[in-house]
Every structure is written in structure tokens, then in C-alpha cells.
Design a protein around this ligand. Structure first.
Ligand code: H2U
Ligand code: ZN
Length: 344
């Protein structure tokens, strides 16, 4: 079998598909489709939270939450158990198997993390030392929740913006610790373990080396972290934050790496805001090694940012049709997206 010449397939012009080595799934890329006219839905611009303190906000310092509990007068970050948790620690672990009908009890802990007492700030508007306190809180939650019996995963995430279904403009994220590995973590653990076994090196360490060498998809770099648009990205301005050294999870991060991660988060979120001159919406989260006490030499922790916006502040990408039934698809190439974010 002869290998097709790579040069014949111009990734800037021809329709093609790209493999996500972390999940084993393919993304369809159609660069020629960038000129498609848009007469569809336009989103309303979300109003910016103008007040530093909002007396009606459930998350502001000193205020009562929806169930009546009162927040302390916190000066920096504040973590509490979600008053409306999706998971409870006491769910029975039983498994029911009735032919094709399979179910399992799922227990866990859901926490909410307020990033700052300031109601009107986002990560993009926070000073790096304050973002560093958020990183410190993620470390602490990873250690505490990960150390609990019957917890195998600590998933840290943030839904940002009304368009992402975020219920409150006050800057906050969530932490869900679960008994079982969620789907994405299961896939990534499996694929990274397979790669390490085959190549003797962690998948994302090799991937980052390659991206630094090529340069086209890099958005920002500092001494310890790299922000890039992954080769296989699905969302138009999807990015990842990767450590330069292999770090399995938040519990393995050194002090200087926490600062560098805070800077990378600040750089990326500010670039996002500048891109379409709005407070940029996204779902973001960190994947880290399972909290089962094993070393997980295959695991490289990282963040995924999945922003829904397509070509302006008001045109959103819809995941429908072929994307729901077949594979995800994108028009703008990750290389073009990275260039725009680099320049923003
Ligand atoms: P979002 O991150 O998607 O906006 O969700 C905010 C979470 O905060 C949501 O899970 C919780 C909700 O249950 N919450 C409380 O625990 N107490 C409150 O008083 C308001 C919101
Ligand atoms: Zn608030």
C-alpha cells in the first residue's frame, strides 16, 4: 500500500476529517464552507454585570442563598456544597441488570466555587494573583474530594454566560466528584494508557512537543503552560491549556506552576473577550487523573475550553443534523482560529 502524499491533501482547502487521539473520535473539517451566508438565529447580547455587589445575588458575600443559608463575608474565594446537588453521597451503589436495561446507583459530591466576592468580575477581569487563589482552591478541592472513599473522579468546570445556561453572572465554577469515571474521563484514560503502553511516553507530552515545533495552533505560552487550538477541535474557538511538564492532576502542581496556570487563564479569557468585544461565553473544565490512588503515569492534566460562538457575538454554533447523527463538523480551521486568538 502506498501512503498518500500529505501535500496532496491541503488542510486549508479540502474537506477532511481529523482524529482526536484523546477520544478516538473524528471531526469533519470543511474550510471551503467559510463563505456560507447566515440568515438564521442571532443571540441577544447578554448585559454585563455592572455592580460590584448585588444585594439579590445568591453568591455575593454576606447574602442569603436560595435555601436560606448565608454566605460568609469572604474576601477572596468561597466554596460551598451545592444547595441543589445533582449527586448525593448516600446514593446506594447497587447495579441493576435486566437484559439490556442496566442501571447503577451513582453517588458523589457537588460543590460551588465563587471565584471572587466581586459580582462584576470574570476570570478575564481578575488580577493574576486572584486567579491564583482560584487555582489554589481547585488544588484543595481535588485533594479533599479525591481523598474521600467511593470517589474516583474530581471534575472541575465553569459554565460562563447565559448562552451556556449559566444561572448566575457572579463569577463561579462547579466541582462534581463522582463514584464512577464520567464518559469523557473514561475515554481519555483509556486512550492515554494505550498510547503510553505502545510508545513509552505520555500522549499529550508527545502532542505538545509536536505543536510547539509546528507553532500554527499555539495561542500563548509561558514557562510552564501552553494554550493552543487542538488539531481536532470541534468548536470554532475551542482551546486547550496544557502543562509543559507531565502533571497528572492539581495535587501534583508546584507553586510556580499554579502562578503560570493563573496567567495562562488570564491571557486566554482576555483574548476571548477581545475577539468579538463581548464577555465571551464558554464551558470550560479540567481533566485530571482518576482519584483512585494509582499513579497514572499516562495522565497529563489539561483544560478544555468549549465556546459556542461561531462568527460574531450573536451567531452561535448549533450542534444539529449531521453533527448529532454523524460526526461533529467545523468550517473555520483550528489554525485560523489560533491565529485570530494570537492576534486578539
Ligand atoms: P451554573 O454554574 O450552571 O450557573 O450553576 C450554579 C450552581 O449554583 C447551580 O448548580 C447552585 C445551583 O444549584 N446554587 C446553589 O447551590 N445555591 C444557590 O443559592 C444558588 C445556586
Ligand atoms: Zn454576586
Amino acid at each position: 500500500m502506498t501512503k498518500p502524499e500529505l501535500s496532496k491533501l491541503d488542510l486549508r482547502e479540502a474537506s477532511h476529517r481529523r482524529l482526536n487521539p484523546l477520544t478516538g473520535e473524528w471531526t469533519l473539517v470543511s474550510p471551503h464552507r467559510m463563505q456560507r451566508p447566515w440568515q438564521g438565529k442571532r443571540e441577544a447580547l447578554a448585559a454585563r454585570a455592572g455592580l460590584a455587589y448585588d444585594p439579590t445575588c445568591y453568591l455575593c458575600a454576606g447574602n442569603a442563598r436560595a435555601n436560606g443559608m448565608r454566605n460568609p463575608d469572604y474576601p477572596h474565594t468561597f466554596v460551598f456544597d451545592n444547595d441543589f446537588p445533582s449527586l448525593r453521597p448516600d446514593a446506594p451503589p447497587e447495579r441493576i441488570e435486566d437484559g439490556l436495561l442496566v442501571a447503577e446507583g451513582e453517588s458523589g459530591v457537588c460543590r460551588v466555587l465563587c471565584f471572587s466576592p466581586r459580582h462584576d468580575l470574570t476570570l478575564a477581569g481578575m488580577a493574576v494573583p486572584d486567579i491564583e487563589r482560584v487555582v489554589d482552591a481547585w488544588v484543595e478541592e481535588t485533594v479533599n474530594l479525591g481523598g474521600m472513599p467511593d470517589i474516583s473522579s474530581v471534575q472541575i468546570f465553569e459554565n460562563r454566560g447565559e448562552i451556556m445556561g449559566c444561572s448566575n453572572p457572579h463569577p463561579h465554577g462547579q466541582i462534581w466528584a463522582t463514584r464512577h469515571l464520567p464518559n469523557e474521563l473514561e475515554k481519555e484514560t483509556h486512550r492515554q494508557a494505550e498510547y503510553l503502553l505502545k510508545h513509552g511516553r505520555p500522549l499529550l507530552v508527545d502532542y505538545l512537543g509536536l505543536e510547539i515545533e509546528r507553532g500554527a495552533r499555539i495561542v500563548f505560552m509561558n514557562a510552564h503552560f501552553v494554550v493552543l487550538a487542538p488539531f481536532w477541535a470541534v468548536w470554532p474557538f475551542e482551546t486547550m491549556i496544557l502543562p509543559r511538564r507531565r502533571i497528572g492532576g492539581f495535587d501534583e502542581m508546584r507553586a510556580e506552576e499554579r502562578t503560570a496556570l493563573a496567567e495562562a487563564l488570564s491571557e486566554l479569557t482576555q483574548r476571548y473577550d477581545r475577539l468579538f468585544a463581548v464577555s465571551f461565553p464558554y464551558s470550560m473544565g479540567f481533566h485530571q487523573k482518576p482519584a483512585d490512588g494509582a499513579i497514572h503515569a499516562e495522565w497529563q492534566m489539561h483544560a478544555h475550553f468549549y465556546p459556542p460562538l461561531l462568527r460574531s457575538a450573536t451567531v452561535k454554533k448549533f450542534v444539529v443534523g449531521f453533527e448529532m447523527l454523524g460526526s461533529p463538523q467545523r468550517d473555520l480551521t483550528p489554525e485560523a482560529a489560533a491565529a485570530r486568538l494570537r492576534e486578539a
